[in-house]
Write a protein that binds this ligand. Structure first.
Ligand SMILES: Nc1ncnc2c1ncn2[C@@H]1O[C@H](COP(=O)(O)OP(=O)(O)OP(=O)(O)O)[C@@H](O)[C@H]1O
Ligand SMILES: O=C(O)C1=C[C@@H](O)[C@@H](O)[C@H](O)C1
Length: 290
């Protein structure tokens, strides 16, 4: 039995490490998961196409959880292979995209319908991936903000302490992404420093709930650059013309949103830095079986 699905990466409006509330928006870059289930295996194995040495605990856990909830006793093993356009641990929610794609691919392999009238809705499917991320130790808060944006598309605002969706909106933005060569695993982030900026994060949450996403992003970016020790220079280079710019996730990537010609100008500046700068758009459909 085989299933396949893809899920988009995302950028940050509000990082949840300060006060447990988060907000993220899906972008047009994908992780694909292919899941094969067997009746004669012994446990689950995983493989990341671009990184043979990568930790596959998260995606293996996603398969195991879905099979234990929706499979039968005959199903004893399986394999998951991911292929991704999203750099791992780059701040662009690679873990949420991999988890969502794997959960949907496993449900696809089992023939379990997802969505309206199905055995589970998309938000609950996304919660399974969040559970797997907590079990695998790759997240601080569960990252339901990132996971919901990737699963549903558009921009979401969430309470990660309750895995609750507070708002979802569809936005149509051009997005500039800068990803330095370094990596920053969320599980290694200095959470106590992030908690010190909780009053700022509270203001950002209100701006996001008001739909003022661009301004929310920018305030988030300055605060989290300071808390996590990333330079705010890429943000200063993008301002004042962009609608919003921020460190994404726990870094090291930055994203900016705004008019295409403004982003082209910023791209020229960001391209001077080591790493990779690319233009994309927001994505509103979310994850899907392929
Ligand atoms: N393509 C993938 N296939 C399988 N597992 C993946 C993949 N991408 C990420 N992961 C898992 O997610 C972990 C990285 O999670 P982390 O939260 O640090 O990165 P991120 O989601 O890119 O960052 P951020 O949360 O700041 O956006 C990896 O160690 C791996 O376990
Ligand atoms: O691991 C986590 O809980 C998180 C990681 C980052 O992506 C953050 O942007 C997100 O809000 C929460």
């Amino acid at each position: 039995m085989q299933g396949q699905a893809e899920a988009p990466a995302a950028g940050t409006v509000l990082n949840a490490l300060a006060n447990g509330f988060g907000s993220a928006f899906a972008i047009d870059a994908y992780t694909t998961a292919t899941v094969t289930l067997t009746t004669d295996g012994d446990g689950y194995t995983g493989e990341v196409a671009e990184a043979p040495d990568a930790d596959t605990t998260l995606v293996e856990r996603c398969v195991a959880l879905v099979v234990s909830e929706f499979g039968t006793d005959e199903m004893t093993g399986g394999h998951v292979r991911t292929e991704s356009e999203v750099p791992m641990a780059g701040g662009l929610k690679s873990s949420s995209a991999a988890a969502n794609a794997t959960v949907l691919a496993t449900l696809d392999a089992l023939g379990v319908p997802v969505g309206a009238g199905g055995a589970l809705d998309r938000v609950d499917a996304c919660r399974l991936g969040v559970r797997a991320a907590r079990d695998a130790g790759v997240t601080v808060t569960g990252a339901f903000d990132d996971a919901s944006a990737s699963m549903l598309g558009g921009v979401t605002v969430t309470d990660n302490s309750a895995d609750e969706l507070l708002a979802r909106d569809e936005v149509d933005w051009d997005v500039l992404v800068y990803t330095p060569d370094e990596r920053a695993f969320s599980a290694d982030a200095d959470v106590s420093r992030c908690e010190r900026i909780a009053p700022v994060a509270d203001e950002v949450r209100e701006m996001a709930l008001d739909g003022r996403y661009g301004r929310a992003m920018t305030v988030n970016g300055f605060a989290f650059c300071a808390a996590l020790g990333f330079p705010a220079e890429p943000m200063v280079e993008a301002l004042p013309d962009v609608a919003g710019v921020s460190l994404s996730g726990t870094g090291p990537s930055f994203t900016a949103v705004g008019e295409r010609d403004v982003l082209e100008r910023v791209r020229a500046d960001w391209a001077e830095r080591e790493g990779h700068t690319w233009l994309t758009t927001t994505q509103t459909e979310g994850a899907r079986t392929t």
